[in-house]
Design a protein around this ligand. Structure first.
Ligand code: BES
Ligand code: MN
Ligand code: ZN
Length: 507
């Protein structure tokens, strides 16, 4: 699907389909009004007969509107104008895209971008239109023998702006939207793959491919013998039961100045989490193929920023492994030494995410990052606390948390801060080692983050728990690509910020 921007009168559009909004009850949007005038009341006549009330998402397709150059006009119900919001705008674009894809018009000139959305500007509306349209048509059908493709799919989407003055900004919004949509689709594709295909080796190969695809990306893979040398006892303890070897993937994106400290993104890449000896129940265990969604998200974010050539340096780290039981594996009560030197009593082999992340976080120090953000499907407790709508956010530096919360709001990929502190840290005490890897039933998301905090003390650090937001269960099962929009927005904001020091060290 191609996107472009245009300004101009609706009746002058020589296109297969013009799209305009109708509010409830039977109220024409500005452009609908204009088309009604040039067509001498054609639209208002139809609406008066009761064919379209304007309810959100209802549509009506008209052909050969008098005195216009387009073949069709698609009227789209927008609900009540007073209740219109950013979420409804996104839903509206998604619904419109699905309808356009089915009616066979193949192209459209869309005036829904004129609708006013509280607190959002034109740039936001255009970017979100691209993201929502792409997401609406996303399919993961590579394993289906018969693919359900539209007969005449939507190929070209023109988004309108009020005047020529807005064309340049509109164009850049579209480019951002395309890049984010690509990043989201990349993450979804990777995450939706079954674990027999998406192994740690597969993730490593994909990362090497990224380096081939983009000039300023380079990839290094660390294999188990080197992990051994580095003393990554925690990561290796998780990998012990797996036949497929673990990989620590390191990807550097250099879009900024040579000497600028990078922003580090660390993504949990457990390609299948059976729980290990602390085996998970059978029901729904298939969904643990999604335990690499953190990895998928950081790789997706990287493709997004590389596509728009964002002037910033980013380093991505992905500790990748399976978590499986076997004969000679880590058992509850085993004590291992992490790369940091801290010893860990592994009381539950199912709390493996923090074990692989802690060694990745220690390794991360050598890049002297400005900030570290890790992303992980870390705790079932986060699903209980925040559900599937909002990601959990914890960290040790308020300006960084603030920036991430903000990026979440702008991108529509929201996060919510949970508290941390010494009281919770106490729950991780072990009688035998420096730390236990679990902190009891209470505040599971917080104690997991507290565990990680032990390995990020030297840096500004934030942690996104995406256990609830990274994929959907049930009949709409599938990866969401979150938090690619949030992370990309954060990185874009870092480049725009007048004071890059706001979340650098020393602020
Ligand atoms: N990958 C899981 C977390 C998870 C569970 C994500 C369900 C999404 C849905 C993680 O490795 C895990 O098993 N965590 C345990 C931690 C516990 C043993 C302290 C959990 O949440 O039960
Ligand atoms: Mn687990
Ligand atoms: Zn896990």
């Amino acid at each position: 699907m191609d996107f472009n921007v245009k300004s101009g009168l609706p009746e002058k559009q020589r296109t297969a389909c013009v799209v305009v909004g109708i509010f409830e009850p039977r109220r024409l949007s500005e452009t609908a009004e204009r088309l009604d005038e040039v067509s001498e009341g054609f639209i208002s006549n139809i609406i008066r007969r009761g064919d379209l009330e304007g309810k959100l998402g209802h549509t009506l397709l008209l052909h050969n509107l008098p005195n216009t150059l387009c073949e069709r006009v698609l009227l789209v119900g927008c609900g009540r104008e007073r209740e219109f919001s950013d979420t409804l705008y996104r839903k509206l674009i998604a619904k419109t895209t699905i309808v356009l894809n089915e009616i066979g018009a193949m192209e459209s000139v869309n005036y829904l971008t004129e609708l006013s959305v509280k607190g959002r500007n034109l740039h936001w509306k255009l970017r979100q239109a691209v993201e929502s349209a792409r997401a609406a048509l996303y399919r993961f059908d590579q394993f289906k023998s018969e693919k359900k493709a539209a007969r005449r799919p939507l190929r070209k989407v023109t988004l309108t702006v009020p005047s020529r003055r807005e064309l340049a900004d509109g164009e850049s919004a579209i480019q951002e939207g395309i890049a984010i949509a690509e990043g989201v689709a990349y993450a979804k594709n990777l995450a939706n793959l079954p674990a027999n295909i998406c192994t740690p080796t597969y993730l490593a190969e994909q990362s090497i491919d990224l380096a081939k695809q983009f000039d300023n990306i380079s990839t290094t893979i660390i294999d188990p013998p080197e992990m051994e040398k580095l003393g990554m006892g925690a990561l290796l303890a998780v990998a012990k039961g797996a036949v497929h070897p673990a990989k620590l993937i390191v990807i550097e994106y250099r879009g900024g100045n040579k000497n600028d400290a990078p922003i580090a993104l660390v993504g949990k890449g457990v390609t299948f989490d059976s729980g290990g000896i602390s085996l998970k129940p059978a029901a729904g265990m298939d969904e643990m193929k999604y335990d690499m969604c953190g990895a998928a998200a950081v790789l997706g974010t990287l493709t997004a920023i590389a596509t728009i050539k964002l002037p910033i340096n980013v380093v991505c780290l992905v500790p990748a492994t399976e978590n499986l039981p076997s004969g000679d594996v880590t058992k509850p009560g085993d004590i291992v030494t992490s790369m940091s030197g801290k010893t860990i009593e592994i009381l539950n082999t199912d709390a493996e995410g923090r074990l692989i992340l802690c060694d990745a976080l220690t390794y991360c120090e050598r890049f002297q990052p400005k900030v570290i953000i890790d992303v992980a499907t870390l705790t079932g407790a986060c699903l209980v606390a925040l559900g599937r709508h909002i990601s959990g956010l914890l960290g040790n530096h308020h300006p960084l948390i603030h920036d991430l919360l903000n990026a979440g709001k702008i991108s529509g990929d929201q996060a919510w801060e949970l508290p941390m502190g010494d009281a919770y840290q106490q729950q991780l005490k072990s009688p035998f080692a420096d730390l236990a890897n679990i902190g009891g039933r209470e505040a599971g998301t917080i104690t997991a983050a507290c565990f990680l905090a032990n390995f990020t003390k030297k840096h500004h650090w934030a942690h996104l728990d995406i256990a609830g937001t990274a994929w959907r269960s049930g009949d709409k099962k599938g990866a969401t690509g979150r938090p690619v929009p949030l992370l990309t927005q954060y990185l874009i904001d870092q480049c725009r910020s007048d004071e890059p020091a706001t979340n650098g060290k020393g602020s």
